[in-house]
Design a protein. Sequence first.
Length: 675
Amino acid sequence: MRGWQGETGSAMSGRLYGQQALQEGFVPRLVGLHHKDGYQVPFAYPEGAPVVRIVGGRGSGKTALLGAVHDAYNGRVPLARVDLGAPGFGEPGVADGDGDVPNASRITYLLYLLAYKLGLEVRRFGKQMTFPRLSLGLLVVTAWRPLNSDETDVRPPDLRRAEADLRTLITAEDPDVRRRRESLGRWFDVVTDNLPLVLSAVPGLDTIAGIVLDTARAQLVRSEPDKGALAWWGGRLHRSQGYQGDSLQRLFQFVRGFRRLDDRRRTAEEHLVAALLDDIDANYGALRRLNKKPRPLLLLDNAHTGVGHTFLDLLDSGLGAPGRTPTRPAVLATLLGKGNRHPPLTEVGGDAVPQARPLVLGIPAIERAHIAEMLSRVDYPDHLPRVVARYSGGRAASARILADAAVRRVEEAGTIRSGELLDDAAPTLLAKLLPDPVMRERLVLLSAAADVGTRRALWAYAHPEDHSEELVAARVHEADDYRIRSCLDGDRALDLLLRHRLAATTTHERWRDTQLRLRSLCDPRSDTYLHHTLALGRVEEVVSVLHHRFTVAPPGEWLTALNLICAAPHPREGYEPPAGSPTLSCTACGSGAPGPHHDAVASLVPLLWRLSDPLTLAPREDELTTVRIALETLYGNKAAHAAYREASAAWPARLRAGTQAPDLPVSVLQEGAAS
């Protein structure tokens, strides 16, 4: 079986499940180069592609996809891959920045890194890309200090002297051009010598910044103010904001807007991103355009972060600039989110060219056939792919973790039990989906509560040291908010993992006390009360109440309740129901012996509860027959009970296919009161 790198992998030599249409078909048409061979392919968007946003949950394969695209084009086109959620954007040796400071922002850190990476030599591409416009803008916002700044000046004297001399020449109405060039050169040299101090907010960035800024020196010292990159800045700043003076003077005035730390900084960052894009365009002269040279490629991981959203918005704005058709980079950005809310990656296969801007695509869920392929190294039990599918939640990385654990266990022991698989893999899965260990443990505890109303009471019960209601509410809210921010709210597979972990790490006595506590918080007439009663193992009590309900509740309502109740969690092996459990007489049966309806309910409840365990084996045919007969008995050839007849036909087939409570279908047609 081929290997596969997870979300943190840097290489991808194995399968990308469900993503080949984008990796092998669509991306080559964005870049203009085949993903393996050296031949060019027609551009999908000759006038410039939209930013492609790829949305998926943790472990869905977003980073693996970028890894595969990176490996396919590294060394073939100008390429920059950054992780917008990692310290230093994932660049070795660069620490995380201190956030926005007067002379730098997360956007400027990112632009330094992108210019450096895109400017690296690509042998088959030709002349290295340069970024004169961007380097000039980055230089002045990073190193120039306007007068009347509120900052404490701790810079070395030679830098202050060089700046004072240059300020005199820049502010002069009719400056001596030769003297100004000399002064610019001296100032640049002193800045370069002191770059670690100038960029102290981001340790480790100075080497990369120095390489990028080398381009700026030639522009400052040799160019005329009305030519080249300086003219670009002069024209843009005059048109958009009315700056006065020549181009160099306007550029140095531009710093004030950047340092305001308000909307004017965003406008300044917009200018810097426009400089990046226009520098890319300028690197494509007439010959490169005529030869349809492949486009640069930006790979932006974890773009759901604050800096990611800002940068994507700035890119969208810049990519839509009017004028002649410029050469723009191909941009793939991954975002944490629910991919099923967007068209899948498979929609960009073949000749499909979506016109949406921005273009948002979702990573599809992994399929059962993919899981079987992952397990194919060993002779695995028939039920194993179903268990892997339930606990993976459609996430490729989760399925890979489960499959690898199963393969190891089968290779070592010759077989595997479902419980052993989860014992091996659940801690790793949960750590991947919920990286914060404190929040992870909170969510494990709170998974025992079946509804919102009992979560706070459960926390107060488990943590008596949190005395105030406000503190309890805050603890629960923090956990819930963390799950929402992780895009895992309502995720059934995560719920199963959390409940399994709770059962695996909880003593039998603690399990019993927790379920009793939760049950005491519920209305005794509610489904939730019976849900916790069943989790306690008090099956007969649940059967008696449900038989009574059968005599008074509409069939659809009764079947829905049965679904919810039988989805109760299971304690770990060896648990015994509480001693002295009450043996309630069934009010529907009265003093007589149990009748066929009671027997039908008594056969359904424990069987459906057992089959709702996600670790259960595939149901046997005799068990499915029991379900069918019990529901037919409840139907009893009464028209008003048609929902039971529908269930008797549908539930065995759905159970055979792997559906579990609470997801068994309930028909609400032709309902009436039971008699």
